[in-house]
Write a protein that binds this ligand. Structure first.
Ligand SMILES: [Zn+2]
Length: 375
């Protein structure tokens, strides 16, 4: 009987330990303020819940100040010096805690979970690492990148899965620097924790879900603002054939805020540009083609041999999906869409969700031969 009870007791201990772990989830190390290498002083504070400062309990109203001093971090608590450290840890006591960090020369921001502060290699600036639960990070990114685009939970589920795919593919991107990802466009923009209810719900409801291709590999979830009614083959933009980044008809982007654009360029500048690329612009047929280039029947990749992606870059156009019309001494470019046009149209996805489509239908519309998998 005693033995039986101890087995029961051991199982209870084991399962409560296991469920605590499961609840914890995976944590990421994300460098915040990664573009600022000149933060010599900052304050931190709990915004919600109790925190520990280097293993010591602190109170909500405590004032914590960090500054760079002689190659170390000088720590002050309520204006009292606490010593100099290589690393300062601001650790939450439960999963709901969030904090505020305010560098003296930068905007204050709020983040979930924990903060680790060290110095940059040159020992001149504070370096902040947010040690954060994956879903909190995902929600923060979705809010930073697309929080204003919709109020639909379904749309934020789509965005959350796309961000999760990027995260999973790039976990080792900054490994040699001691963290997984940074907070700027070079990874994914992460300028705060999420406080918009629908965003948090979208991240939580899609937890663990990723998009895989027909070989079960996590796909690159490229997106843009508006496809103009037809998405682009990745091959036409970057030269490599990717099975899930193929052109699709996209009526959902039609009529959305970034659906059309126009730009006038003087005829002389337009023709000179192509002359500079080696075309004989005095030739009647060549000139007519350049002045009346049309994509009304669908997207093209080139004008003669010149990639539209190059023309887009050189004339700073919103997209490569334009038709040329002679306009007095100018040409008028009548364009559709905004962005590179590959993968998912954000405005189209928002429209689909508004119309009642489910998140997996949106994903299957924009990415070919893929499926959603729970990891
Ligand atoms: Zn980065």
């Amino acid at each position: 009987m005693k033995r039986f009870l101890s087995i029961i007791f051991a199982s209870i201990v084991f399962f409560s330990f296991y469920s605590a772990l499961a609840q914890e989830g995976n944590r990421l190390r994300v460098r915040i303020y990664s573009e600022s290498n000149n933060i010599s002083e900052a304050t931190i504070a709990s915004s919600f819940g109790s925190y520990q400062l280097n293993e010591n309990s602190i109170k909500r109203q405590d004032k914590i100040n960090l500054s760079v001093s002689n190659g170390k971090i000088l720590l002050k608590l309520n204006d009292q010096e606490q010593g100099s450290f290589d690393t300062v840890r601001f650790t939450s006591t439960d999963l709901k805690c969030f904090f505020q960090v305010a560098p003296t020369n930068n905007k204050a921001r709020r983040y979930d979970n924990d903060l680790e502060i060290t110095l940059t290699k040159d020992k001149k600036s504070l370096k902040f690492i947010n040690v954060v639960l994956e879903d909190n990070y995902i929600a923060g990114v979705v809010q930073s990148e697309a929080g204003g685009a919709s109020n639909s939970v379904e749309f934020f589920k789509v965005q959350a899965i796309c961000c999760r795919n990027y995260m999973k593919r790039n976990l080792h991107k900054h490994e040699k620097d001691g963290y997984n990802l940074c907070d700027c466009v070079n990874c994914q923009v992460y300028f705060s924790r999420a406080n918009k209810e629908q965003v948090v719900e979208g991240a939580a409801k899609s937890t663990g879900e990723v998009i895989v291709d027909k070989n079960d590999k996590i796909i690159e979830t490229l997106f843009h603002s508006n496809s103009g009614g037809q998405t682009v083959d990745a091959k036409d933009v970057w030269g490599n054939d990717i099975s899930y980044l193929k052109p699709v008809e996209d009526s959902f982007s039609v009529g959305q805020p970034n659906y059309t654009w126009e730009k006038e360029i003087s005829e002389k500048e337009w023709l000179n540009y192509f002359k500079g690329k080696g075309l004989d612009v005095k030739d009647y047929n060549t000139k007519q083609e350049l002045l009346n280039f049309s994509q009304t029947e669908g997207r093209k990749a080139k004008i003669f041999d010149i990639p539209l992606t190059q023309i887009r870059k050189d004339f700073k156009l919103k997209s490569t999906y334009f038709t040329v019309v002679p306009w007095g001494s100018n040409v008028k470019l009548k364009g559709k869409g905004y962005g590179h046009g590959v993968g998912m149209s954000q405005e189209g996805a928002a429209k689909m969700c508004e119309e009642g489509y489910e998140y997996w239908q949106v994903i299957e519309h924009y990415f070919k031969d893929v499926k959603i998998k729970k990891q």
